[in-house]
Design a protein around this ligand. Structure first.
Ligand code: 13P
Length: 340
């Protein structure tokens, strides 16, 4: 029997706690080159390295960004990019007291002979990649495993696969000194109701934490990035933010150990305002709450930014104001203090 070096435990725990600074959350800008390419195309720009860099510079140079953002999730290319004046992005973020992290999964591929289920790739060389990112200044990582709700899914095989992969990922990250953000993403796609989403989320979380424990993952040095419990996008019976909040808090209480210091939700296709209102209600629910509950949004922090920027330099300041507006709203929601 062996356990993580005490000094390393302390470092991981401190990083996790710094990410969870009160009233702050995570800005997820880890879209793949293909993913951001679609967004660039929508604003009439080519998918070049420089255009991807320009967009990320817009985000990172937003005045007062650190007021409500404690950490950002980068994509590989961004780790090595610089601002127009030659400052490495990582140096800029560190100066702002924003912790840089990195998406380390290599996206999904079909789970063979399943009903449209997926598995996430990237474990093979993960240790080496984590060591290199750590050297560049990244202090945490993220890995997403999407889980699909269908008539007969998620299958037991897909649930076990997700749990084992997330546990191996978390263990490798910790061995290299990165805090793993564990992201089992029960997708919004489908017409299932909120009760089904809650049950599936509970089963997935239980499997994930069993596997993390089996792999001796130091839970105090991890974060969870889950879906909120909502009805499927195609479900005719809509739920109020309060109903979503109660279902989410119940599922988390049943599945997430209290040793986990914090939970930062993904937005998963919710609108900006929905993601904020739901987070706010989640924090307002009375009852046991052993973790900090905050945001790690991609789309729900950037939709208005893209719309306002529209790829034009003259809109940059206005676009940055939109980002600040969303980060502020979510910062307040992470304390249950947001008012629409
Ligand atoms: P969304 O908030 O857009 O779901 O993105 C967060 C994320 O990092 C997904 O992996």
């Amino acid at each position: 029997f062996s356990r993580l070096d005490v000094q390393l435990q302390e470092e991981l725990k401190k990083t996790a706690e710094a990410i969870l600074a009160s009233g702050k959350g995570i800005l997820a800008v880890d879209e793949t080159n293909e993913g951001i390419g679609k967004l660039l195309k929508n604003v009439g720009l080519e998918n070049t390295e420089n255009n991807r860099r320009r967009y990320r510079e817009l985000l990172f140079t937003t005045p007062d960004l650190a007021e409500h953002i404690s950490a950002v999730i980068l994509y590989d290319e961004t780790v090595y990019q610089k601002t127009d004046d030659g400052t490495p992005f990582i140096e800029l973020l560190n100066k702002l007291n924003i912790i840089p992290g990195i998406k380390v999964d290599k996206d999904v591929t079909a789970l063979f002979l399943s009903e449209d289920e997926m598995t996430t790739q990237g474990l093979d060389d993960l240790g080496k990649r984590c060591a290199a990112y750590k050297k560049q200044g990244c202090r945490f990582a993220k890995w997403r495993c999407p889980v699909k709700i269908g008539l007969n899914t998620p299958s037991v095989r897909a649930i076990n696969d997700t749990a084992t992969i997330l546990a191996r990922y978390a263990s490798i990250c910790q061995s290299e000194g990165l805090v793993p953000i564990v992201e089992p993403d029960v997708l919004l796609d489908g017409d299932h109701d909120i009760e089904r989403a809650q049950k599936v989320t509970e089963v997935v979380l239980a499997a994930v934490y069993k596997a993390l424990n089996d792999h001796h993952v130091f839970l105090e040095g991890t974060l969870l990035k889950p879906n909120m419990v909502t009805p499927g996008q195609g479900c005719t019976k809509k739920s109020t933010p309060k109903e979503i909040a109660i279902a989410t808090r119940t599922a988390l209480l049943r599945g997430v150990p209290a040793a986990v210091p914090g939970i930062a939700f993904l937005s998963g296709g919710q609108t900006e305002e929905e993601a904020t209102l739901n987070l706010n209600e989640i924090n307002k629910v009375q009852g046991k709450k052993p973790w900090i509950l905050t945001f790690s949004y991609g789309r729900a922090l950037q939709a208005s930014v893209w719309q306002t920027w529209a790829g034009k330099d003259e809109n940059l300041v206005k676009a940055q104001k939109e980002l600040l507006k969303r980060t502020k709203a979510n910062g307040l929601a992470s304390l249950g203090n947001y008012e629409a």
